[in-house]
Design a protein around this ligand. Structure first.
Ligand code: BEZ
Length: 344
């Protein structure tokens, strides 16, 4: 009898350890982020979101708005902690943590994600959009939705695209009227295949570099200029080291907003709908905010003494635009369809 009892106790102890181990390794980001407690019938969550930008950037503001929407639509059951400025690691690490469910949501640069998924290069077809408004108009197009769907292959649920302002060119010396003004110039870019190819076709020296290195590189003359959006330009004060801004709108600059598939699968169908509605509401607000900021940021830059000119005629870039469009249309049918959408 004594032997039987001790056998029972041993089995119980092993089962308890196994249960604890399974809870710890379940990849449940709600568990990893300290939430997912059942209160009566109601499931509660504390999600984690992360991104690379500073707290003043429109992507961070959009993430905060998303948190408010989750809270409101779930009657307080869903909370969101937002970790800005790469606090949880660089984007490569963010994606690894999203894959396991250690992070629930990522506002990832489309630039980084275009190194992992070909179709996302579609957003970087040069001079595809005359303004940020034009870019936002294709956010919900069928090819854009196809790009989000493809993210499933990486264990991610593609939720939406948000936007920072379109990209322009800030140079230490002079403005840009044609590709000749950029020949041989070292220009900082964010790493992305299509962005790199466009700058190479121009004959410039594209130099991929993370944002934190840009200020000093401009100051010391390691680079001659940068490819940048106005929000980042104002936030990071790059104009202190280069004062010639040409408004080109040569690229738009989206963030791909994703949820960990592991975290998503743990939600009820109703809670999945809450997440989708909350992100749509937040991004609807965020894109309008980004559009409003374009003119406000421009005013700030002018007040700071930046010399601003507009590139009104992009025809001298025609052959480079064609080259990139043809190359990338052949790489992915989604890019081909997206380009057709932008030309409608
Ligand atoms: C950049 O690396 O250029 C960048 C990244 C995120 C937001 C804005 C700019």
């Amino acid at each position: 009898m004594k032997q039987k009892n001790s056998l029972k106790l041993s089995i119980l102890a092993i089962l308890s350890v196994l249960t604890l181990l399974l809870a710890g390794c379940g990849g449940g980001s709600q568990q990893a982020s300290g939430g997912n407690e059942a209160s009566g019938k109601e499931q509660t969550y504390t999600f984690k979101a992360t991104h690379v930008t500073q707290e003043t950037h429109v992507w961070h503001q959009t993430a905060l708005k998303f948190g408010e929407e989750l809270d409101k639509l779930s009657n307080g059951r869903m909370k969101l902690d937002v970790y800005p400025a790469s606090q949880l690691g660089p984007e490569k690490d963010m994606v690894s943590q999203l894959e396991t469910g250690a992070i629930d949501f990522g506002f990832l640069t489309n630039a980084y994600m275009s190194t992992r998924q070909e179709s996302l290069n579609a957003w970087f077809m040069p001079f595809a959009f005359k303004s940020l408004k034009d870019a936002v108009a294709v956010r919900e197009s069928a090819p854009a939705k196809d790009m989000l769907k493809e993210l499933e292959a990486q264990g991610l649920v593609g939720l939406d695209f948000g936007f920072a302002g379109n990209r322009h060119i800030l140079m230490k010396d002079g403005h840009i009227a044609s590709p000749a003004d950029l020949k041989g110039k070292k220009v900082r870019i964010i790493g992305s295949p299509a962005i790199q190819d466009f700058w190479t076709a121009i004959g410039a020296g594209p130099t991929a570099m993370p944002l934190p290195e840009v200020y000093t590189s401009l100051q010391t003359g390691v680079i001659d200029g940068i490819d940048i959006d106005l929000d980042a330009l104002v936030t990071e004060k790059y104009y202190e080291n280069a004062e010639n801004l040409t408004l080109t709108n040569h690229f738009t600059f989206p963030t791909v907003i994703v949820m960990s598939q592991a975290s998503y699968n743990k939600l009820s169908a109703e809670d999945q709908e809450i997440v989708k509605t909350a992100i749509k509401n937040a991004v609807d607000w965020g894109v309008q905010e980004a559009i409003n900021r374009e003119s406000a940021n421009l005013e700030t830059l002018k007040q700071a003494g930046v010399k601003v000119e507009e590139l009104t005629d992009a025809t001298s870039f025609e052959s480079m635009i064609k080259q990139v469009e043809e190359t990338y249309s052949q790489k992915s049918p989604i890019i081909k369809a997206f380009l057709e959408e932008t030309k409608k």
